[in-house]
Ligand binder design. Structure first.
Ligand code: NOJ
Length: 522
């Protein structure tokens, strides 16, 4: 890979912690910062380089903390600012960097700015920090956009005006044309950097600039379906919707990141990084966010959502490697996050192990979602346990993302497996006995031990060892990086192999079983 400098994030493994689900320290059934701090040795021993913490800021928690009421404070459910500082310091002492989330597309409706806007007249400076407009008529919003969580993107206030929310009605979109918004986020960025954060994961990074707010979309339901991964749609049709979305990936967003980059770079000796959540089409558009004067990484969702299919994976991975090279940036690879079905449920437990080995050998940075290392499936629950606004805004039609957010099982034989001494906010399954950290630590063939070995060998053998060379034959995909050959068998027949096995996702002899991967010294 071509990179002018050898930066820590180029090939870092970054472990995503969803604070509410990681470890509870006070028995209230929800994970918290002290809980995370108490488990940092576990994280370090996994062999990762950094952690990314999903939001732990003041929040009414209508969207799992992505509804921020005060971006420069810690919500009491997670602890205090002192707890955050203690977490950052301990992580650093263990050699882990800390990436925190920043949520610039919207605030919570409980943020003081929005409360002020509601209590201020039409056209006031307080309303101008958000997108408040008159409707087309008394009962019709300014346009027909549909929220990403279902239902209209607009909510009417008591004086008849409407405000825009691409997500839940409790998440009013900010107006980035207002310089006060930029100034406030600059404060937030500096606040967390001064407390010790090493970087940011930027939520909905492609959404900050909006165009054509007073125009109807030609097919809002089609667009909304195209944006949902659970709705099947012919690829070309989907791509035609995605190629031009009035509220996503407008050119205006880049100016914002150029100015953020100046702040990051002003922390000269600290090597601050930022990774963008960008759902854009075509994927080449995503590389604009990592131009040399903008951000450092963007998530590659194509591989995260890819079917377990050799042609698809080959094209998606090789295209991405080519695209980032054009910007002298590095790719990122991930298999799961807090918004998606867990990979072990999405493609199956065997394929999930195999895919982990396959992506860990690639040049670039890898993200691991907490629990993925255990091979954890998505949690199951009854509808009365669900908390995701997607479930409520679609009238239960879509189940939402709670399955990925069920707390982690740590130890013991019974739910909640050491996560809490209280009642967990989402139920852990009794059947997860074999997925606890305690259980997997003792089992040499566990997913946890596979991840630990893989990340150790990755660091020693792959990192920095240059580009890859592909070979592929009928359902079997392979690449060579440095001295090692990485092979994944996506066919339904065993595949003969030759060489010294460094690591394999499943027991291998002279052949690699279906849905398995191996690292070989030929
Ligand atoms: C993306 C986040 O990952 C997701 O959890 C959240 O609901 C939306 N952005 C809105 O902030």
């Amino acid at each position: 890979m071509s990179s002018p400098e050898n930066k820590w994030w180029n090939e870092a493994v970054i472990y995503q912690i969803y604070p509410r689900s990681f470890q509870d320290s006070n028995g209230d059934g929800e994970g918290d910062l002290k809980g995370i701090t108490s488990r940092l040795e576990y994280v370090r021993n996994l062999g990762v380089d950094a952690i990314w913490l999903s939001p732990f800021y003041s929040t009414p928690n209508k969207d799992g903390g992505y509804d921020v009421a005060d971006p420069r404070n810690v919500d009491p459910r997670f602890g205090t600012l002192e707890d955050a500082k203690e977490l950052f310091d301990k992580a650093h002492a263990l050699g882990l960097r800390v990436v925190v989330d920043i949520v610039p597309n919207h605030f919570s409706s409980e943020h003081k700015w929005f409360q002020e806007a509601l209590n201020s007249p039409k056209g006031s400076p307080a309303r101008n920090r958000f997108h408040f407009y008159d409707g087309k008529d008394a009962n019709t919003p300014p346009n027909n956009w549909i929220s990403l969580f279902g239902g209209p993107s607009w909510t009417q206030t008591s004086d008849g005006q409407w405000y825009l929310h691409l997500f839940d009605s409790s998440q009013p979109d900010l107006n980035w044309e207002n310089p006060e918004v930029m100034a406030d986020f600059e404060r937030t960025i500096k606040f967390w950097l001064d407390l010790g954060a090493d970087g940011f994961r930027i939520d909905v990074a492609h959404g900050l600039a909006k165009e054509d707010i007073h125009k109807d979309h030609y097919d809002p339901q089609g667009l909304s379906d195209a944006l949902r991964l659970d709705v099947l749609m012919e690829v070309e049709k989907r791509n035609s919707y995605l190629a031009n979305i009035p509220f996503f990936d407008r050119d205006g967003v880049h100016e914002i990141y150029r100015s953020w980059r100046k702040i990051f770079d002003s922390y000269q000796s600290r090597d601050i990084m930022a990774v963008a959540e960008v759902w854009v089409h075509p994927p080449k558009r995503a590389t604009l966010y990592v131009r040399p004067d903008e951000l450092h990484q963007f998530f590659n969702f194509d591989v995260m959502n890819a079917p377990f299919d050799s042609e698809y994976l080959y094209k998606s991975i090789s295209d991405m490697l080519g695209l980032v090279k054009e910007q002298s940036a590095w790719p990122t690879w991930c298999l799961s996050n807090h918004d998606s079905e867990r990979v072990a449920s999405r493609i199956g437990a065997d394929a999930a192990r195999a895919m982990a080995l396959f992506i860990f050998g690639l040049p670039g940075s890898a993200y691991v979602f907490n629990g993925q290392e255990l091979g954890l499936p998505s949690g199951e629950m009854s509808d009365s346990d669900r908390q995701d606004p997607i479930y409520f805004r679609t009238g239960g039609k879509q189940k939402g993302r709670d399955g990925a957010r069920v707390p982690l099982p740590w130890s013991g034989d019974q739910a909640p497996f050491g996560f809490t001494t209280g009642k967990p906010w989402l139920p852990l399954q009794d059947s997860w006995k074999e997925f606890t950290v305690e259980h997997e630590e003792k089992d040499p063939s566990s997913s946890l031990n596979l991840y630990r070995s893989a990340l150790k060998i990755r660091r020693e053998e792959f990192v920095g060892s240059g580009e890859i060379k592909w070979t592929k034959t009928d359902g079997v995909l392979a690449y060579k990086r440095g001295n090692i050959e990485v092979i994944i068998n996506i066919s339904d027949k065993p595949y003969p192999i030759n060489g010294k096995v460094l690591l394999a996702s499943h027991p291998v002899t002279d052949s690699l079983p279906p849905a398995a991967a191996v690292w070989l010294l030929p």
